[in-house]
Ligand binder design. Sequence first.
Ligand code: GTP
Ligand code: MG
Length: 553
Amino acid sequence: FHINLRSHQYRQLNSGSGFQNCTQEGVKDVETEESNKFVPFLERINLRRSESKRSILVQVQSAESYKELYTCCSTVGTVKNMFHYTTGVEPMHFILVEFTKESDVLNILSTSSYSDESQAVPTQSQFLWFKASNRKLGKLKQNKSFKLSIQNGTEIIAESEVRDKLRQCRTVSDQMNVLYDITKLNDVGTRLRYLIARQIESMVSGMFPYASVYPFGSSVNGYGKMGCDLDLVLRLMDKKQNDSRLIFHSKATSGSDRSINQRYVEAIGDQIYLFLPGCSQVRRILQARIPIIKYHHQLTDVECDLSMTNMSGVYMSDFLYIMGELDDRVKPLIFTIRKWAKEVGLTNMSPGRWMTNFSLTLLVLAFLQKPPNSQPVLPSLNALVKLAGPDDKYVTADGIDCSFLRNLNKYNTRTKNRETLESLLTEFFEYYSQFDFASKAISLNEAVTLTKPEFSAMYIINPLERGLNVSKNVSLEEVERFRQEARNAAWMLQSQEKKIPNWGLLSVFENRAKMDFKLNFAINAKHSRLMNVKTLFDKEEEVVFKNEEIKQE
Ligand code: GTP
Ligand code: MG
């Protein structure tokens, strides 16, 4: 048994085939070791799910408890990996233990005991705590080379640290890569999210032994940062039918599909609320287009959204994942634009008349499919649909065809676009600051802009369900604000002085109020720039030129 102290850094391996492979040292099952091997999304999901079946999470007194925990676990199974992390202000310590076999976990669970507090619900799950013992540590299997992997499993890097690191970069492109590297979801964060999914699966397994819970959204599509929420979909029956003559009796359902779905989601929400350890703040959002249960997972500090619909969210994540793997500029660009949108207040946590990270991501991908002044970086979805083989055929329960090429090892087209990240970022801002949202819709299927089929302030055709507009919620004011902020950002990138401490991305991330002040300051200081600024901002003088004196000038 041997554990290497894991490096937190990902190796960026350029395969030369146009793909980006990010592997993390030490992770052998899921992250591929071969530099040019792409792991298809659903295969990756299944590897992670199987990893979670072989894992438990144990609350301990301190990182040092790993020695005793290791000994304890080794009496019933073979430990493969251990990761320590803390969470909370008064830190709680946790060790995630991965075994080599699923049966090891079953053995551990069958030999573990229940809390003796009278009020405690005797639920079994893969979340445990390790009781302190007075017994002396005997001669343990303490291998000298044994080291515990310490990762910041749930810890989000402080904003001041992010800014310091960005200040030290040499170019805007470097800043974008660094931002991606230091904020993206790490291996432990991913493992914990799959354990949360596993907890729901185990909860319902008595009645539904073939139930599966799939994570989707940013936790798995490659665009997740540390602390991102976890989107889950519960499928009660995830197994192909066989032709046995013995068939289970089952209850007939009554009512519309939607009302049944609402009742099921509600019932599962009650079980989470009543029985699942570590789950708190359970809320039902049953009237939404997709009814969900929201809850906070305290032991891992993750916000969860659980739904019971079809697999379209998972297939959408597959599409986004593939796009991110096709070129190593995609993820840093999307991370930067998501961060910019958050900082300038275009997106926020609560749903409303503003853009979501999802619609923003589609805007970036659509831009990369057809940058106005250069070669495409990404193919259209239709190009991937044409290349789909028999293994790529996926249709959701309600008939949505989600077939497209999923294995990029079979994709040989290389982009001719060699632009830097900085230039793509500036072009993105310029492109959308001038985009005709009033009459055009964005389609990632054909990689073109189309005439809008109906009035919505922003129209992004859902690539998998073409009748739907992903950005239907976005108001006219928000579209205008998006264009203005994009214009400001483009201007900032083009006119900045590298000597100022908050240069490059840092200036782009300044929020609007601060930026107005800076802009006014710049106008005062450099009279010669005034004309350029006026031309750029001619339609929004009221916003930019708040200061009466500058207006006069
Ligand atoms: P975060 O803001 O980091 O959570 O990004 P996210 O990509 O996870 O977004 P979110 O949690 O809002 O949504 C999760 C997933 O649900 C997305 O990745 C999409 O696959 C899907 N989704 C979100 N919004 C829509 C929508 O308006 N229409 C459709 N069809 N799917 C959506
Ligand atoms: Mg999400």
